[in-house]
Ligand binder design. Structure first.
Ligand code: O7E
Length: 214
């Protein structure tokens, strides 16, 4: 994924028509559309190729299983047309490697979650965030997920992550700021509610892109 607008929408709506309408409207503005369980559980994996008509699709399935199950999940996801998949790093090197191996067969990308953006991330995952960056590097992932809600942590993770691309959720509804997040080291911001709950999602996306280009 090559940065242009640097904005990725998290399309966490559950209504198929709404999902497609938003994708149609803003697909040309954003660098990717991220789909997560709320949309896929309500509409099925078949919605991926439909959304792909409008933008690259990142499957945020936070894959976290044994290597064989990870492999099967990744195969189904890439067969459906997703351009990238997100996996958890805490399950270990072999499980992440299984995702990266399948992605390589399909010519797709894997992003590994390091520190999450919500307050509960401090309970357990934060203590291991740098180890998780190392897991992503060691296994040849394309990038990582790091929090827009803690710019100082994002900067530390950036220093550790070398050339990995950083996708950063937590802007808007979770309190993070778009420009600050880029300045702290993110390559892309991931934004959900502040766009899809806006009166005019197209304008909300334009406004965010304006902040990113300042
Ligand atoms: O808060 P919102 O509405 O802007 O949505 C944020 C999206 O990013 C949502 O899909 C959520 O599941 C996801 N996310 C986080 O909010 N925090 C994280 O730490 C990680 C993710 C995520 O997407 O992980 C993979 C990118």
């Amino acid at each position: 994924m090559v940065p242009d607008s640097r904005l990725i929408i998290a399309l966490d709506v559950t209504d198929r028509e709404e999902a497609l309408q938003i994708s149609r409207k803003i697909g040309g503005l954003v660098d990717a559309i991220k789909v997560n369980y709320p949309l896929i559980l309500s509409c099925g994996l078949g919605i991926v190729p439909e959304i792909k008509k409008y933008a690259n699709v990142i499957a945020d399935f936070k894959v976290a299983d044994i290597p064989n199950t990870n492999r099967l999940i990744c195969e189904e996801t890439f067969k459906a047309g997703a351009d990238a998949i997100i996996c958890q790093g805490f399950v270990g090197n072999d499980s992440v490697k299984a995702c990266v191996d399948v992605a390589a067969q399909f010519g797709k990308e894997v992003y590994v979650v390091t520190e999450m953006s919500h307050p509960g991330a401090i309970d357990f995952i934060q203590k291991h965030a740098m180890d998780l960056v190392d897991v992503a590097i060691k296994n040849g992932a394309s990038g990582i997920i790091a929090p827009a809600t803690r710019p100082e942590r994002l900067s530390e993770i950036k220093r550790r992550s070398k050339d990995l691309k950083i996708l950063s959720p937590g802007v808007g509804a979770q309190g993070g700021d778009a420009r600050t997040t880029l300045d702290a080291g993110a390559d892309f911001i991931i934004v959900g509610r502040s766009i899809y709950n806006a009166k005019d999602p197209y304008q909300a996306a334009i406004d965010l892109i304006g902040q990113l280009r300042r």
